[in-house]
Design a binder for this molecule. Sequence first.
Ligand code: IPM
Ligand code: MG
Length: 355
Amino acid sequence: MQRYRIALVGGDHIGPEVVAEGRRVLAAFEREGVCRFEWQEYPWGAGHYLRTGAAMDADAIDRLRGCDAIYFGAHGDPARVPEHVTGQGMLHRFRKELGLFVNLRPARLLPGVASPLREPGDIDLQIVRENTEGEYSGMGGRLHVGTPLELGMQAIVVTRAGAERTIRFAFELARTRRRQLTCVTKGSALGQVMGVWVDVFAELAAEYPDVQSERVNVDAMAMYLLARPAAYDVIVASNLMGDILSDLTAGIVGGIGLAASANLDPTRRNPSLFEPIHGSAPDIAGQGIANPIAAIRAAALMLDWLGEREASQRIDAAIAEVLAEGTVRTRDLGGTAATTKMTDAVLDKLGTVDS
Ligand code: IPM
Ligand code: MG
């Protein structure tokens, strides 16, 4: 039986709560004899920073390299720790130093889930977000801190190789779907960096004549995604633009309580990282009311990447059934169900219980 070594970084507040639910679902496949998981837990995050002065251990990245995948919860304690400590200091380091250059964010409107849009149509799209550079290069700094001369500067960096590997992934993904790719840009204002991005896009479009491709400015894209989201298939965007648009697409298909993402190293040299796209939500932490579906879906994305496609599809199907029935719903979906009850419902559809 295949064994997978999974690094578990639950993080802060609801992070550990929701990944515990994902683990319950993964355990169902161990009981069935499909595969086994060896978990290595790391206590990193804002809490670790408050305890030790560092969000994670100095050798954290090297320790992660030895695993098959990373299952990540959510990080941050904004009332007590500056947000960049865990954002840039932890999550972005994972993404950059492990070369997780694709952040894949599926958005699909399932039966039983209410969209805030009046006529959402059949939304089924995937955002491919560049994940290691762009607006998030982290290059820059602050000067004359706390004085009237204070300056903050951060560079936007688009490399040809960085754009190429991400956009190529998006074209390949489009080939497995409806063969449509939309490239998000803002050439009118960011002509230098986006110039590289759109040149690479145009070159690759010529290599993939079977994929219908177009270029759209990010501001217009935000409007089109509200006006006609069902028209889109695969969308490729720079780091920050993909970040913003993927919260928008999560919002129109049921909210961030349902949205998962895969941070991938398509070369498979390093372990990829799977996480819900929501944050640590301190306001609802410790009450047992967070929606575990995003984290469970992240677990499904992880199984798919590990090659356990059937198990992954079974989780997605179980979630779809639970949502279509609509009898068990957490608060974000307009219900009253506890976190664990939502997972129980998914396990029930998988035909298993864990207690
Ligand atoms: C995300 C998050 C992070 C990001 C934050 C928490 C730094 O919003 O993964 O979408 O923008 O990279
Ligand atoms: Mg985000």
